[in-house]
Design a protein around this ligand. Structure first.
Ligand code: HEM
Length: 450
């Protein structure tokens, strides 16, 4: 029976921090080979974490969710999202806020969004010209931003929306490389000395986004309509047990969280899907056959049921986790996990990457093989692209639907090809991981009938 602590990386903590920022995937790969699927890392100035790539240990963690503080573990995101973000909440407050935010992202509401997603995809891709290269990730970001803005605010017109979209993109693009991302991890760089410093520029854009959101909230207050189903209206109509409504600060931080979490992630995953599909002509052909089998007058929700398309999306999410590890989970008291005895205040980081690349679960894990999802069912701790337990991604159902509809709409209409022949690598982009260069593609023609 184990009882001692898991292996700990011995290199200096400043070196671990640099490597974690620069290449979190290479970091986990290297050290898991050396130390196994549970080991500790120490990031200078940030803290110590136990990285977990063992599915049974992750099952134990998901099953004991209430024994962890998770919002507190997300402190690094506070300067970006504000202290009233769902991601930073714990306990009753987190439960209440999730209950309020869940409905617009699930169930019947999704059906209403399906047509909108196809329409937005058609509008944005209609600007593509034959022979003209484009960056798949940027095109997908335009689509996913438009989708989330429409869901959050309920409409898509007006000057404020037109200002908000480029501003949000410029803001998130400020951490588009490992070097530029380092300001999120190194507190000594977080000094607002005006717009000539990176952090100052970051803060300025954040204030501009805040101001636009505040103006939108103020305008909605003047004509509040509780029957509207958009996320902002629901949040404004909500009251706590004392009859208290959410303050403007709370509303703004929550809007920002959803806008932020809801578009970068989906756009990146879609870019990877286009990359893999166009590297494998057999997969593209199978997908097109499946889409063609639907005929012309199908309901968009039928697309979501297609088995091969579903497997392609699952395999993309397996190979390319958007975040390198799940949210940190801090133990509230001492506890046993995987036979080890951990003290209170230990922070666990379940690793999507390490689990998704286990050869005992995914043979030839480096290969893109959608069929594996048709041949086998994976449990919630063997396949966890959206995390798990009480923190499972709020927008997973929307993200899955959006991925399928965008892929189906584009692949039914256009012939595309990769514009470059070299393999696309993954790199840090803020708290997320994304393809270097964003996957350059080119439209080579339209499919017959379009
Ligand atoms: C492919 C797209 C997406 C991926 C891969 C993804 C992945 C994740 C992951 C791994 C977590 C952390 C879960 C954990 O630690 O257990 C998370 C949390 C979250 N995601 Fe997503 N996400 C995606 C899209 C979205 C969308 C479209 C939304 C929009 C609503 C969204 C909103 C959130 C929020 C608000 C949380 C925090 C939940 C909480 O703290 O309770 N995500 N997501």
């Amino acid at each position: 029976m184990l009882s001692q602590l898991p292996n700990s990386i011995t290199s200096p903590s400043w070196w671990q921090l640099i490597n974690w920022i620069a290449d979190p995937i290479g970091f986990q790969h290297r050290y898991s080979q050396k130390y196994g699927d549970i080991f500790s890392m120490h990031l200078s100035g940030i803290g110590s974490y136990v990285i977990i790539g063992n599915p049974q240990a992750i099952q134990e963690i998901f099953n004991q969710d209430s024994k962890f503080d998770i919002g507190r573990g997300n402190e690094l995101a506070k300067p970006l999202l504000g202290q009233n973000s769902l991601m930073l909440m714990d306990g009753d407050r987190h439960r209440r806020e999730r209950k309020l935010l869940m409905p617009p992202f699930h169930g019947e509401r999704l059906q209403a969004y399906a047509k909108q997603i196809c329409l937005i995809t058609n509008q944005i891709t209609s600007q593509w010209q034959v022979g003209q290269p484009f960056v798949a990730r940027s095109a997908m970001q335009k689509i996913s931003l438009e989708v989330i803005v429409q869901i959050v605010f309920g409409l898509s017109e007006g000057k404020r929306y037109q200002q908000l979209k480029p501003l949000l993109t410029a803001w998130v693009d400020m951490t588009d490389s490992p070097l530029r991302s380092s300001m999120l991890f190194l507190s000594f760089l977080q000094k607002d000395w005006g717009t000539w410093t990176p952090w100052g520029r970051m803060k300025q854009r954040q204030r501009q986004v805040h101001d636009l959101l505040q103006a939108e909230i103020a305008q909605k207050r003047t004509k509040q309509d509780d029957r509207r189903g958009d996320v902002l209206s629901l949040m404004m109509a909500a009251r706590d047990e004392n009859g208290q409504a959410m303050s403007d600060e709370e509303l703004t931080d929550e809007l920002l969280t959803i806008l932020f979490a809801g578009h970068e992630t989906t756009a990146t995953t879609l870019a990877w899907a286009f990359y893999q599909i166009h590297q494998h002509p057999d997969i593209l052909e199978k997908l097109q056959q499946e889409l063609d089998s639907l005929g012309d007058n199908h309901n968009p929700m039928e697309i979501a049921q297609l088995p091969y398309l579903t497997a392609v999306c699952q395999e993309t999410l397996r190979m390319y986790p958007v975040i390198p590890v799940l949210f940190p989970r801090i133990t509230k008291s001492s506890m046993k996990i995987a036979g080890y005895e951990f003290d209170a205040e230990t922070t666990f980081m379940p690793s999507i990457y390490l689990v998704h690349y286990r050869e005992d679960l995914y043979t030839n894990a480096e290969q893109f093989k959608p069929e594996r999802f048709l041949e086998r069912h994976y449990s919630a701790w063997e396949y966890l692209p959206f995390g798990g337990g009480s923190r499972r991604c709020l927008g997973y159902a929307l993200a899955e639907l959006e991925m399928k509809l965008v892929l189906a709409t584009v692949l039914s209409k256009y012939k595309l090809a990769l514009a470059e022949d070299k393999p696309v690598k993954v790199q840090r982009r803020g708290f997320t991981l994304a393809p270097v260069g964003g996957v350059r593609m080119v439209m080579t023609g339209k499919r017959s009938g379009n």
